[in-house]
Design a protein around this ligand. Structure first.
Ligand code: NCD
Length: 331
């Protein structure tokens, strides 16, 4: 399946040269064309999922994928599970609450245990930044980062890029405002990396206490005033206040936060008239975003982001397992 934004296969290096990584630990390791390669591959899965024919492709049959989630998740865990199953893999979920992690097992010992089970791919979410790379260095199969601390969440940035590309017809030359708790957000970090790499102007709008230092080194302009930062934006990406990662008082109250940084219809008027509004979920209605915007299908892309999440994760699982499946040209 192709659409206006999908490049022909001949635009990419042949076979495994199109995507040379063994793992997907972050966007920081990728080139712009590797990102496009994944987005283009995901397009066919969007169509197949919509047609209801997804179970007819079982290219991952015989493979075992372990989802090792040391942190809570709804969307990411479910969509990785659905993505693997749609392609015929056996998918096993490990929840930290029921695992030996609670008994004090070290991360390395857990990694060695997962490795000994001879998984064909491991998907990991962990509260510590860098934990996924640590495990990737110890195991024999591809590792996919499903979010590590405040570091990276690469498949979220990929599904967001695909959503933007499908809604606005391109994901370059746009003005994109990322608003809210940027400091604690791996979603923001991966999106800043991906969207600047693809040639967009990225802005961060946040209270000073929730703005990461040295944003200019990531080629991002920072704003503390919503109305100013939203001016003429094509995309408005809202973030949740990640209280579980805060180790003190960053804000006076949720009420005050909403008054200054909540996305209301009046504030959204500062953006372009056809600007889209994104949120990775889970959202706190009435805090960072008003329900009237979140539920407006003309503006909000929230359910589409969830749909793109399955397609992007199907593409990532397919691409990363091509070497062990012996796909011609991938050795
Ligand atoms: C995000 C996460 O876990 O980083 N959610 C997600 O993956 N869809 C954002 C969040 O928790 O606020």
């Amino acid at each position: 399946m192709t659409n206006a934004t999908t490049r022909p296969a001949s635009d990419y290096p042949p076979g495994g040269d199109a995507f040379r990584h063994r793992h997907l630990t972050g966007i920081a390791q990728l080139t712009p064309w590797e990102i496009s390669y994944i987005l283009d591959a995901a397009e066919q899965w969007v169509e197949l999922n919509r047609s209801g024919a997804a179970k007819h492709d079982d290219r991952l049959a015989g493979l075992t994928i372990i989802n090792a989630f040391f942190e809570n998740s709804t969307r990411t865990l479910l969509s990785f599970e659905i993505a693997g199953k749609r392609l015929g893999a056996d998918v096993v979920n490990m929840h930290a609450a029921q695992s030996s992690v609670k008994k004090g097992e070290t991360l390395i010992d857990t990694a060695m245990t997962l490795n000994a089970m001879r998984a064909d791919a491991i998907v990991i979410r962990h509260s510590a930044s860098g934990a996924v790379q640590l495990i990737a260095d110890k195991v024999d199969c591809p590792v996919l980062n499903a979010g590590d601390g405040r570091h990276e969440h690469p498949t979220q940035a990929l599904l967001d890029a695909l959503t933007i590309r499908r809604r606005l017809g391109k994901v370059e030359g746009l003005t994109i405002a990322i608003c809210g708790d940027v400091l604690h957000s791996r979603v923001a970090r991966s999106n800043i990396l991906a969207l600047t790499l693809l040639g967009n102007e990225v802005r961060v709008i946040a209270p000073a206490t929730l703005t990461p230092p040295a944003m200019e080194r990531m080629h991002v302009a920072t704003f503390t005033d919503m109305d100013e930062g939203l001016k003429d934006a094509d995309v408005v990406m809202m973030l949740r206040l990640q209280n579980e990662r805060m180790d003190g008082a960053y804000l006076p109250s949720a009420r005050e936060y909403h008054a200054l940084y909540g996305l209301t219809p009046q504030r959204l008027e500062k953006a372009k008239p056809d600007a889209i509004v994104m949120h990775p979920g889970p959202m706190n209605r009435g805090v960072e975003i008003d329900s009237s915007i979140a539920d407006d299908p003309a503006r909000s892309t929230i359910t589409e982001q969830v749909e793109m999440g399955v397609a992007v994760r199907m593409a990532c699982l397919d691409i990363l397992t091509r070497r062990q499946r012996g796909v011609p040209g991938w050795n």
